[in-house]
Design a protein. Structure first.
Length: 282
């Protein structure tokens, strides 16, 4: 078993193995720590993402995200992530590289009918809800306020994927802003821990707590917006045709999610018991 390879399995059945060249081992170890991954052997049928300091041969296609470049080839399912070795694996630039490196998960999820969402994840008795909202509008506050038996799995970013049982599961992802400002952060998120997703709530600050169902059209727009908040930084660095293709995939997947996952507007106050409104519709 190598200490420089980390399996990551998601609820839709796809497994990846993350590895790197020796120069990037400290960075990968830090990345794996934040994602809650442990070293492991090669799972059968997995795809590989290998982080390198040099690009593959000239016939590979790429997505250049500025700090990380992903290389693809039609004859293999493996991907290479090219980057420069960081001077300090705990500085801001190293963590920005990690946030860009998650594009491989976003892209894989899109191809399977899922997507990332700018949303908090709250779990109640084995059922998860996603609370989507722009930054600074209350997702973290909601995550911090829920009482037991509620559990906050993520407060900023998550990955939604379809499951073999024709449902959806949600995986927590790191809150990268904790690593960009303030005191040094050593938080972890168990990315492989997918929880069945039972509803999506679009958060709105209000004077009274309440929930109302939203139609498929409104839900599609909300899901698309929550996904594009996370994808926008990647769109800006891609060729126009590539960006257009991904945007179209986000919209198509959002349409399918809106037709299969109950969606609501959540009106929440700063001192009310909004979680009871969620429990009532669960």
């Amino acid at each position: 078993m190598s200490s420089n390879q980390y399996p990551i399995a998601l609820a839709h059945g796809e497994t990846w193995l993350l590895s790197s060249v020796p120069e990037l081992s400290p960075w990968l170890e830090r990345f794996a720590w934040i994602l809650g991954l442990e070293p492991g052997s090669v799972p059968p049928g997995c795809r590989r993402l290998h982080f390198v300091t040099r690009r593959p041969s000239a016939d590979w296609k790429s997505d250049n995200l500025r700090l990380v470049t992903f290389w693809y080839h039609p004859e293999t399912s493996d991907i290479y992530g090219e980057m420069e070795p960081p001077d300090d694996v705990e500085d801001v630039l190293a963590h920005i590289r990690m946030s860009q490196a998650l594009f491989f998960l976003f892209h894989a999820a899109l191809l399977h009918g899922g997507m990332p969402l700018h949303a908090a994840v709250l779990e109640y008795e084995g059922r998860a809800v996603a609370i989507a909202a722009p930054g600074g509008t209350g997702k973290t506050t909601c995550a911090e306020r829920v009482p037991a038996p509620w559990k906050a799995r993520a407060d900023d970013l998550c990955l939604v994927v379809p499951t073999p049982s024709n449902g959806y599961a949600v995986h927590p992802l790191p809150t990268w802003s904790r690593f960009f400002w303030g005191e040094p952060c050593d938080d972890r998120w168990t990315v492989t821990q997918g929880v069945p997703l039972h509803a999506i709530f679009f958060l709105e600050q209000a004077d009274a707590d309440g929930v109302r169902p939203v139609g498929i059209g409104e839900a599609t727009a909300g899901i698309t917006g929550a996904a594009n908040q996370m994808m926008r930084t990647f769109y800006r660095r891609m060729e126009t045709d590539r960006s257009r293709t991904l945007r179209r995939q986000v919209f198509e997947n959002a349409c399918n999610m809106a037709g299969n996952i109950p969606a609501y507007q959540l009106r929440a106050t700063l001192d009310g018991r909004f979680w009871e409104e969620i429990e009532a519709v669960l």
